[in-house]
Write a new protein. Structure first.
Length: 367
């Protein structure tokens, strides 16, 4: 278990107040010089700068003690990593406004060979399929896939990376102790279990508020060497993320779509303005000059466990696929699982080497 210096404990305390904005936190650190000074000098000046609500949160945590705060962090299976220390994403530390600290569940890594895949929550079947296959192929090549765990393109990107046997990182717009949307709870756990990570700069208990996501987006692009946009409208959060990537000096890629589809507006506009064209994972690997010798070899996924370790829904799926190949919709109908539940079970079975995805959203046992 990680140990923290006194200053790091005070940084954790400062970052754990849900009502304290990152701008105010930075202002406090600039004024007092360090987090320990803020902790020791709690009083009218801190209250005036932080506001009554955030000050009350800080005072309550101070009264409870720093050890209680660390225990709370560990109870939700998380750690906090500080800029400049081992495990902090290397590329994120190079941007103009990196978080001083990140909450993390899972495996920390530098992730220098990494691509963010972002897009619409209201994805099309085309966009979802492309996000999954490109993420899968990037992961199979040893590239870390970064996204935001949202519905739509983000979910497809994470699932694709897992199917490729590689590493994926999810950046949250809320506290590390909760998953949003809730239906991706199983996906988040799978990411952690397979060597990936869930990261956030927001305090434990922080809600997924609308203004958190533009702040979060700079981290998605910041931890990545390149960004791929798949579907989005002209004023979507994906365009904010693409703007962050450009400002940070990242390579920006876009997947073309049909000109009469609303979700194609964002990628087509980026392509018009000079973004790199992406039609497959190899386009990114070539343009980034990530050769076989440049990208570190990925770890092989763990050997498939026996059927004895299947969950009850997975046993039902396995029995159905023993008879014949079956499409996603048929499996959903016969198992009674929701699409999100079924997607999670199928992903786990693919990772365990029991089944394989085929054309037309069909699945079959892997012989």
């Amino acid at each position: 278990m990680q140990t923290y210096t006194r200053e790091e404990q005070c940084r954790l305390w400062l970052q754990s107040a849900p009502s304290l904005s990152w701008r105010t936190r930075e202002a406090l650190l600039t004024y007092f010089g360090c987090a320990e000074s803020i902790f020791e000098q709690m009083g009218p000046t801190v209250q005036m700068m932080a506001g009554d609500k955030a000050y009350a949160e800080l005072q309550q945590m101070k009264t409870a003690g720093l050890d209680a705060l660390i225990d709370r962090l560990h109870r939700c299976g998380a750690e906090i990593i500080f800029c400049g220390r081992a495990g902090y994403p290397a590329l994120l530390g190079e941007i103009n406004d990196p978080p001083h600290a990140l909450f993390i569940r899972g495996t920390p890594a530098e992730d220098r060979f990494s691509v963010a895949i972002v897009g619409s929550r209201r994805d099309t079947r085309y966009g979802r399929s492309q996000a999954f296959s490109i993420a899968r192929d990037l992961a199979a090549a040893g590239v870390t896939v970064v996204s935001g765990l949202a519905r739509g393109i983000d979910t497809a990107a994470h699932e694709g990376a897992l199917a490729g046997g590689g590493r994926t990182v999810a950046v949250l717009g809320n506290g590390i102790d909760r998953v949003y949307p809730e239906e991706n709870t199983r996906l988040a756990q799978t990411i952690v279990e397979h060597g990936g990570a869930i990261i956030s700069e927001f305090a434990l208990g922080a809600e997924p508020l609308a203004h958190h996501f533009p702040i979060r987006n700079r981290i998605i692009s910041g931890v990545s060497a390149a960004l791929l946009l798949i579907e989005g409208n002209a004023h979507s959060g994906t365009m904010i993320t693409a703007g962050c990537a450009a400002e940070q000096g990242r390579e920006v890629f876009a997947l073309p779509g049909m000109v009469d589809v609303p979700g194609s507006i964002a990628p087509l506009r980026l392509l018009r303005d000079g973004a790199n064209l992406c039609t497959c994972a190899q386009d990114i690997l070539d343009d980034m000059r990530w050769t076989q010798t440049a990208v570190p070899a990925k770890s092989e996924p763990a050997p498939a466990s026996a059927q004895d370790n299947l969950t009850e829904p997975q046993k039902h799926i396995f029995a159905l696929l023993e008879r014949e190949e079956m499409r996603f919709e048929e499996l959903a109908e016969k198992t009674g699982l929701t699409p999100d539940q079924l997607s999670g079970e199928l992903t786990m079975m693919e990772l365990d080497g029991l089944i394989e995805a085929r054309a037309g959203r069909a699945y079959a046992l892997k012989r």
